[in-house]
Design a binder for this molecule. Structure first.
Ligand code: EPU
Length: 418
């Protein structure tokens, strides 16, 4: 097993490049199930989750090559329909193959994801939407079994705004007969990216990025070549917070300021300078950030995937900060570890009350999930002394070479095998 060691206490300075987006590339890869031929992508991040999706698509018959950010997916021989428990349990986004498998093969058997470190994550809305489109859905031995003779369009009113739920419906409605309306659709930039990709395949998707998506089914979809995966806004956001610590100054390239409005606004309120640059964003931190309150919300609100990282910054603020988590109300596993470093945090229901301290100290700490591990790495950068982060495989699920990138901008960070 590997651990990450950080000797912190120093601001980061320089230029840091963002990789392709995990939460965009996973649905794009699943979308390849819908056509027959060779699709290709550039700017694909090298992540454990991407490799899990490769494994899953290979199990159902795809041929995949992946090297140096370039990926080809030959979907010609996709002829199996099962996503086994062993893969789904390591990556919930495996559920994204459900919609396109029903659309292509008329059946799918996907292990039902269980609970996870960030809380309960049901997929009832995915199943409701797919049954409106004409799938028969059963739960058998922990698996969702879906069959459909023919998918037909329909009106899908989501009770909650769900990112992968919206994606799953898009990934099946594109070849259903007639028109589908998704109401209360998720508006995340990754949804827009998927819609653009599907439209390049020949689909008719309109309204992505708003809460009403209209899809007119087509008979056939063709492969797409050279699709460049959009930049990862959460990786960019994580580096923005890294810059705000210890008076750092980072120019973050290959990212989109437009995707980071809510976070930028909050960072500015802490006193940091946030400047839009030609290829991204520059953030300059202050000596002691001002305390602010924030609440996680669906896009364009403050992203839940940035809650843990921003909490690390608030641990060092000059006052009291109230952080409310409305997307995953139990997503607070990182607080116990941050407390071990001297942070003062109290949980009250789905809120964390953070009393900023002037200094946190290094400690052995343990990552519990992907974004929690990012927040702990940031805490290690801020703390004086040597922090030891274990279970870093969580970090590798969603950050492409984060420690190496941080090292290039001055962090004293390295890995050791234990
Ligand atoms: N929900 C339901 N029923 C459903 C689906 C969702 O009640 O059928 C609820 C969830 O429990 C949650 C809310 O709806 O309270 C939103 O969940 P959503 O479905 O949008 O989350 P997701 O699609 O499972 C994606 C990202 C997550 C990110 C969330 C929220 C991917 C692959 N994952 O998950 O990313 O936190 O949207 O923005 O796109 C991460 O990258 O670390 C990560 C967890």
């Amino acid at each position: 097993m590997e651990i990450i060691l950080i000797e912190g206490g120093k601001g980061l300075k320089g230029e840091i490049r963002v990789s392709g987006a995990k939460n965009a590339v996973l649905p794009l890869m699943a979308a390849c199930i819908l056509n027959s031929g060779v699709n290709s992508f550039t700017n694909v991040p090298d992540l454990a989750d991407v490799r899990t999706m490769v494994e899953l698509l290979e199990i159902i018959g795809a041929k995949i090559e992946f090297e140096n950010g370039d990926m080809t997916i030959d979907s010609t021989n996709i002829n199996k329909w099962e996503a086994p428990y062993d893969l789904v349990k390591t990556m919930r986004a495996s559920v994204l193959v459900l919609g396109p498998l029903i659309a292509r093969l008329g059946k799918a058997r996907v292990s039902l994801p269980g609970g996870c470190a960030i809380g309960e994550r049901p997929i009832d809305q995915h199943m409701k939407g797919l049954s409106i489109l004409g799938s028969k859905i059963d739960l058998e031995e922990g698996y969702v079994e879906a069959t459909a003779k023919e998918l037909r369009g329909g009106i899908i009113p989501f009770d909650v705004s769900t990112v992968t739920g919206t994606e799953n419906i898009m990934l099946s409605a594109v070849i259903a007969k007639g028109e589908t309306l998704i109401l209360n659709a998720a508006c995340e930039p990754e949804i827009v990216e998927l819609a653009n990709f599907l439209n390049n395949m020949g689909a008719k998707v309109e309204g992505a990025g708003t809460d009403i998506i209209t899809i007119n089914g087509v008979d056939e979809l063709k492969p797409v070549v050279n699709h460049e995966v959009m930049p990862d806004r959460i990786e960019a956001g994580t580096f923005m917070v890294a810059a705000a610590l210890n008076q750092g100054d980072l120019t973050i390239t290959n990212c989109k300021f437009e995707h980071l409005g809510a976070l930028s606004g909050k960072l500015i309120q802490t006193g940091a300078e946030v400047i839009k640059t030609e290829s991204g964003i520059r953030v300059v931190g202050v000596d002691r950030p001002k305390s602010i309150d924030f609440t996680t919300l669906p896009y364009p609100g403050f992203p839940t995937d940035m809650q843990a990282q921003m909490m690390t910054l608030m641990c060092l603020s000059n006052g009291l900060s109230i952080i409310t988590e409305t997307i995953f109300p139990q997503r607070f596993m990182h607080t116990g570890e941050l407390r071990r470093m001297g942070a003062q945090i109290k949980l009250v229901g789905n809120s964390a009350v953070v009393r900023g301290v002037s200094e946190i100290s290094a400690a052995p700490i343990m990552a519990s999930d992907l974004r929690a591990s990012a927040s702990l790495i940031l805490a290690g950068i801020a703390a004086k002394g040597k922090t030891e982060v274990s279970r870093v495989y969580h970090l590798d699920r969603g950050y492409d070479g984060m420690d190496k990138k941080l090292e290039q901008v001055g962090a004293r960070i390295w890995r050791e095998k234990i």
